[in-house]
Write a new protein. Structure first.
Length: 170
């Protein structure tokens, strides 16, 4: 998978579609009806969330998804992370994809940055030696050079989770 500029394609999505079945009845009524008629099929409508979505992300590119509430942003991310199955289309990913659907997910604020990088690397399938070898590259890419000290790193994560107010100079 190469583009015209010679950079490999890291993520390719072609004609991706996702639909959800939404029950026609609200949950309390649905439970009562299910108890009375356990075999009867539940009525539901189909809600199309993503329709014919196609894109490519090339190595070295940044990729963002923007849209209104309910437009399918989180659904698309979950499909890229293989949390949801596709109803139609294909998604190809070259390499590993870390399904961080929320900032700070998978990082332990009680561990220093070095140990977090090693732990998450192993959880993504890297050998400990590979995680150690990539530590500097990961810290530079994530722009965490100023936060590798344990105490500062904990405050960085807490601030980005909204647990600490941001400092604004006067």
């Amino acid at each position: 998978m190469l583009c015209d500029m010679g950079r490999p394609v890291s993520i390719e999505a072609r004609h991706v579609e996702k639909r959800f079945r939404v029950p026609a009845q609200r949950a309390p009524n649905q439970r009562k009806a299910r108890m009375r008629h356990p075999i009867r099929s539940r009525r539901a409508r189909t809600l199309p969330v993503l329709e014919d979505v196609s894109f490519e992300v090339h190595q070295g590119e940044f990729f963002g998804i923007v849209g209104r509430n309910g437009s399918g942003k989180s659904t698309l991310l979950k499909m890229l992370a293989s949390v949801y199955r596709l109803d139609a289309g294909t998604i190809r990913i070259a390499g590993r994809l870390a399904p961080f659907l929320e900032l700070g997910v998978g990082f332990n604020p009680n561990l220093p940055a070095y140990e977090n990088v090693l732990l998450n690397g192993v959880m993504m399938g890297l050998r400990p030696e590979q995680s150690k070898a990539r530590f500097e590259e990961i810290i530079e890419f994530a722009d965490l050079r100023d936060y590798t000290d344990a105490g500062i790193y904990q405050r960085f994560l807490a601030r980005h989770r909204g647990e600490l107010p941001k400092f604004t100079p006067r």
